[in-house]
Design a protein around this ligand. Structure first.
Ligand SMILES: [Cu+2]
Length: 495
């Protein structure tokens, strides 16, 4: 292993058991390949996986390899709390595995206000530690976790792999979960009936990792876009659709394996992981023997060094105007140009909501919108930025955002006015149970940002762009009535 100096190794050895280093690095010559779940190798792996899920569910609840112990590492189920579950499972006496549960549970990043940059590395650590456990439980050292490629075009686009829908099957039954949306468990594309393409790979266009002004950056764009869309479209709020239940479903791990593959793809296409203080953040996981493993973020930036690879990475998307312009925009500061002024934010319900962007109350000298757009420097891009999303419960639907959608146009017909897609997957406030686990802060608030430069240009040419353009937010399907979803701010920014 070349990237770890002996000194690091010795220093790390105090906290990290040797067995984990060997598991992690011994295979570094020949990376273990993770396969598409639909490939012949992937299907072989699913057989091993199904057996391991069953075995893990049958382990003692105090065992770190137990299914629920692993699920709770992401987040404890929403019907109770971490401390209640720890007392129920471990009782009052101290034990090493109780300490592990205290250190591990509710540590998912960054679904509830922590540093958003940690979303990708934390889930990579989580999936890798889990994969090691499956290998040990199944006694199949050749096991690798397959990935679910929902974005692929063709007949399997958005379709849950068959093995996850075979309720009474003697082999694959353990992969079935009832609490999914009906399309998922019926073997239909989870995005059926959705306008636009909520399973697209647009995030790969982001030139940099972290947010910069109105640009989301790769990590946030992938998290709040494709990643959240798949959660909401796959499961209900007792399952993939809500953070505290999500890792209960065996498909969770294949979803995050794919998200990990997209990160590896972005890196392979030239995307650079930043050097930042959060590179030194550490998180606790368990090895297959139930030993404590301390994982440091910067050790998880390179999959080759971690000893694995994928059978296929995604190529760089064709050079979109966004990708080209965004690279230069990232060095500029955003200019707020217009906004929606609604006290308390824009409340969403079962019907589409239409509001207007206005320059009123912006800077004293702010020119009318049409002038701003005309005067904008050639290389500037316009972004519709939506932030401060909140909901009481996850609405269980996606919301699509439009500019100047003509009154009476159904959103399905609104493709010419389409801006982007929102979810409220992590808009709920979660209590991680103690200060330490809420402590990985340092990020900014999450936000959505969509490049609307070309859309505005088209609307202007076809003379439908008003001085106070309308923004329409429309749910696809019936949102949960208790959701009370709110978009706190909507702004048009030039950058
Ligand atoms: Cu997730």
């Amino acid at each position: 292993m070349t990237s770890i100096s002996r000194r690091d190794f010795v220093r790390g050895a105090a906290a990290v058991p040797l067995s984990f280093w060997l598991l992690k690095y011994a295979g570094a010559q020949e990376p273990r390949v993770r396969y598409d779940a639909r490939s012949p190798k992937g299907q072989e792996m699913l057989k091993i996986y199904a057996g391991a899920v069953k075995s893990m569910q049958a382990l003692a609840a105090t065992d770190p390899s137990n299914w629920t112990f692993q699920w709770y590492t992401h987040f404890v189920k929403g019907s109770t709390t971490k401390s209640a579950e720890i007392s129920r499972i471990f009782g009052p006496a101290p034990s090493p595995h109780k300490d592990l549960a205290l250190a591990m549970w509710n540590t998912c990043q960054a679904h509830s206000g922590q540093n958003e940059n940690l979303f990708l590395p934390w889930h990579r650590m989580f999936v890798l530690a889990f994969e090691n456990i499956v290998r040990a439980v199944s006694q199949r050292n050749d096991f690798t976790l397959p990935y679910w490629n929902y974005s692929v075009s063709g007949p399997t686009h958005g379709v849950l792999p068959d093995q996850f829908r075979m309720k009474d099957d003697p082999v694959f039954g353990p992969l079935y979960v009832a609490e999914r949306n009906s399309l998922a468990n019926a073997g239909k594309p989870i995005d059926q009936g959705q306008p636009n393409n909520p399973l697209g790979l647009q995030a790969l266009n982001q030139p940099q990792y972290s947010p910069s002004g109105a640009l989301q950056g790769f990590c946030l764009a992938l998290d709040s876009g494709l990643h959240g869309n798949v959660h909401v479209l796959t499961g209900n709020t007792q399952n993939m659709g809500a953070v505290p239940w999500a890792a209960r479903d065996p498909i969770f791990w294949l979803h995050h394996c794919n998200i990990d593959r997209l990160w590896a793809s972005w890196n392979a296409n030239g995307g650079v992981n930043p050097k930042a203080p959060w590179n030194d953040d550490t998180f606790v996981f368990a090895d297959p023997k139930g030993n404590r493993v301390v994982a440091k973020v910067s050790d998880y930036f390179n999959i080759r060094a971690l000893g694995y690879s994928y059978d296929r990475l995604e190529p760089k998307p064709s050079r979109s105007p966004f990708a080209l312009a965004a690279a230069s925009a990232s060095s500029r500061k955003p200019q707020r140009t217009a906004r929606v002024s609604v006290d308390g934010g824009v409340a969403l319900g079962a019907a589409p909501v239409r509001v207007q962007l206005d320059t009123a109350g912006m800077q004293e000298s702010a020119p009318p919108l049409s002038q701003t757009l005309q005067l904008a420097a050639k290389e500037q891009r316009a972004f519709l930025v939506l932030s401060k999303l909140e909901a009481q419960v996850q609405p269980e639907v996606l919301y699509h955002v439009y500019l100047e959608l003509p009154e009476g146009t159904t959103p399905e017909k609104g493709v010419d006015y389409y801006v982007g897609t929102l979810t409220f997957f992590d808009a709920l406030k979660l209590d991680h149970g103690d200060a330490e686990h809420s402590a990985h802060t340092g990020g900014e608030d999450k936000f959505y940002s969509f490049d609307v430069t070309d859309l505005l240009r088209r609307l202007r040419v076809s003379k439908v762009l008003g001085e106070r353009p309308s923004v329409t937010i429309a749910p696809v399907g019936e949102p949960a009535s208790a959701a009370k979803a709110v978009v706190g701010t909507i702004e048009l920014q030039m950058q």
